[in-house]
Design a protein around this ligand. Structure first.
Ligand code: DX5
Ligand code: ZN
Length: 215
């Protein structure tokens, strides 16, 4: 499976979202990473559900939802989740991760369990068949522009070793042209690309995405 390149929409120019999305699609983005924050699980708040619905209606690109919200199982129907999308719910936000996964899969999407840097990988062990992958936070969730927590690379390596073949292993946080090769060789097959790579301004979107796809 090729490494999925998932530009994080929160790092795009928010006043030009339409053009930004068009340009990311034209540059070869596999999916758009949509960070959803509720001001409770994480200190930040975004993105409006009406904005997500408008994006879904207008553009033909699957969405990679990263739900940083408390009790996501109660709010999944706020979002236009469909065939080909990915939805990550945080282990730390729900007593019922498997129930959330069942709803997500029922919509034809893939369900991922997201883990904060301090959350051990083993929390997925007993429910791994209920999920299609794991999202490993390589920074604390909530903000772009943070520095990688080094132990997270080893967590990716352990995930690759212990989780089923074909599992999605998504890395999110400080994925840069320097850290991405390490993440991919550890076993990551999906990269969230934010201010450290696609939106760093070092290259245009197309060149950045091509460089990351070559890893
Ligand atoms: C962090 C967000 C990421 C972030 C990653 O909570 O989930 O999507 O934008 O981008 P960087 O770390 O490169 O700014
Ligand atoms: Zn994210």
């Amino acid at each position: 499976m090729n490494t999925l390149i998932l530009p994080s929409l929160m790092c795009a120019n928010q006043l030009h979202l339409y053009d930004e999305i068009q340009s990311l699609i034209n540059s070869g983005a596999d999916m758009l990473h949509i960070d959803v924050m509720d001001g409770q699980f994480v200190p930040n708040i975004q993105i409006g559900t009406e904005t997500v619905k408008a994006i879904k209606k207008e553009f033909n690109i699957p969405l990679d939802y990263h739900l940083m919200i408390e009790q996501p199982e109660k709010k999944l129907d706020y979002f236009p989740i469909g065939q080909g999308d990915i939805v990550s719910v945080h282990y730390e936000t729900t007593k019922h991760p498997a129930r959330a996964a069942e709803y997500i899969r029922g919509k034809g999407a893939k369900a991922l369990l997201a883990l904060n840097p301090a959350t051990p990988l083993c929390v997925i062990d007993d429910v791994k068949e209920c999920f299609d992958g794991v999202l490993i936070m390589t920074v604390n969730p909530g903000y772009s522009g943070q520095k990688l927590i080094p132990g997270c690379i080893d967590k990716i390596r352990r995930a690759k070793k212990s989780l089923p073949d074909g599992y999605i292993i998504e890395a999110d946080g400080n994925v840069s042209f320097e850290t991405a090769p390490e993440m991919v060789s550890a076993g990551a097959n999906a990269l969230v690309c934010g201010s450290s790579s696609v939106f760093s301004g070092a290259y245009d979107y197309k060149i950045s995405i091509e460089k990351l796809k070559k890893l």
